[in-house]
Design a protein. Structure first.
Length: 429
């Protein structure tokens, strides 16, 4: 109760400060934080400890700026410093008390949910403040409304992390949130095509084909936003972009899971995906510098994209494999290659009996008999984790240097769920 008594006035002071700055959305942000203080959610103390620590820093920064201003004008400043200093101390104390309660509740999954909340909020806030565009969609309709989206997506990330933590259900929830992301992405695209240009990132339309994440900048010489998002994902979670965040990959997943068990990929697909990737990148460079009409480039890209949809419908559904992602999409190959610089791996224990059950659930063809014999997942692995859930002996785990198996899994969930929430907020065409 004492923690709540200190938390509520702290967030109300911060809401009032946001109003003074002309940011009603920021005020709602802090009021929602106040609601968390009295809501029956077990992870709230982790979230509030982080938010109020930022609030204490914010008050300290405001205090320093106003004191320096008054001193420069020769005005009295001691009383102002004492009042704002006391408010800053209140926020800091509330943060520490929430942190103490969070630490006492650290074994129930709350740290994962709380950290997913804080990482999502921090990532979205930074993206909102550092980009020239109104990167958060609501800002385009309601100035400062982006702050409301930021904290709501943070709460969504905490809830999603709780679902992903459930070992038996994590594979199902991965597919659900992945599909949610794809639906939101394409709904915004549809609204943009219907004439609501605010739903498009730049106000102009681009084809929703993953290959264009790399080929588009090569063709145009600019437009690196989605490529930057892709690169950030590789740095943080390796090739997991392909199994959690790709807006088209979710379609391939839906097609493949029409069949209960995964099949096998023909050997020639290993060569074909390299040739397709090189051909796409080379075509982008040539078309961009040849002086040929833009309509030709658009037609080529559209045909390539439609061919990919055909592969999903007629091949992925028949084989139970993510054939578009593993055999056709250039970004899938780039994710697999450059994702190897990231230390995240699927760990196969030496006690593995090579029963092969995991390979029946791997839609990416990363657990062939040779891979299992070598006790490691193949290059196609996207860290989806379905094999971990499928293994009846518990011999498969996420691995990260210096972390135990359980901690590595929790850390992976924090990062991938936070990225999912951030992408929901910023990824648009």
């Amino acid at each position: 109760m004492s923690t709540t008594i200190l938390t509520l006035p702290s967030v109300l002071f911060l809401a009032a400060h946001a109003c003074r700055l002309g940011s009603p959305g920021g005020a709602v942000f802090w009021l929602i934080a106040g609601f968390l203080a009295v809501a029956p959610v077990p992870w709230k103390n982790w979230a509030l400890a982080g938010l109020l620590a930022f609030g204490a820093w914010l008050w300290g920064d405001v205090t320093l700026a106003l004191v320096q201003q008054r001193m420069a004008l020769g005005l009295p400043w001691m009383r102002l410093a004492a009042i704002l200093g006391a408010i800053s101390l209140l926020s800091l104390t509330a943060s520490l008390m929430n942190g103490h309660r969070a630490y006492a509740n650290k074994k129930s999954g709350c740290p994962v949910q709380g950290l997913a909340f804080l990482l999502s909020v921090a990532g979205l806030a930074i993206a909102r403040q550092k980009t020239s565009l109104d990167i958060i969609l609501l800002d385009r309709f309601y100035p400062s409304g982006g702050w409301i989206v930021v904290i709501l997506l943070g709460c969504y990330a905490a809830w999603t992390a709780g679902k992903m933590l459930q070992p038996g259900n994590s594979a199902r929830w991965r597919r659900i949130i992945w599909t949610i992301f794809s639906v939101v992405f394409f709904l915004q695209l549809l609204l943009g095509q219907l004439g609501f240009e605010r739903f498009l990132m730049t106000g102009s339309l681009h084809l929703p084909i993953p290959a264009l994440i790399a080929a588009g900048p090569l063709y145009r010489g600019d437009g690196f936003f989605m490529l930057i998002l892709f690169a950030v994902t590789l740095v943080l979670v390796g090739p997991a972009w392909c199994s959690h965040l790709c807006y088209i990959g979710a379609w391939d997943n839906l097609a493949a899971t029409c069949k209960p068990r995964a099949g096998t990929l023909p050997g020639w697909t290993k060569t074909s995906r390299w040739l397709i990737c090189l051909a796409v990148l080379a075509a982008a460079l040539l078309l961009g510098r040849s002086g040929l009409p833009v309509s030709l480039a658009i037609t080529v890209a559209a045909v390539f994209g439609l061919a990919g949809v055909g592969i999903m419908l007629f091949w992925s559904r028949r084989t139970g494999m993510m054939t578009h992602c593993t055999s056709y999409c250039p970004m899938g190959l780039l994710a697999n290659i450059f994702g190897t610089i990231n230390p995240w791996r699927i760990r196969m224990q030496s006690e593995c009996c090579a029963c092969g059950i995991c390979s029946r659930y791997c839609r990416y063809g990363a657990l062939s008999a040779r891979d299992i014999e070598g006790r490691h997942a193949g290059l196609n692995c996207t860290l989806c984790g379905d094999c971990i859930i499928a293994c009846p002996h518990g011999h498969l785990h996420y691995r990260f240097p210096g972390l135990s198996d359980n901690t590595a899994r929790s850390a992976f969930i924090v990062v991938i769920v936070a990225l999912h929430a951030i992408f929901l907020g910023v990824a648009r065409l």
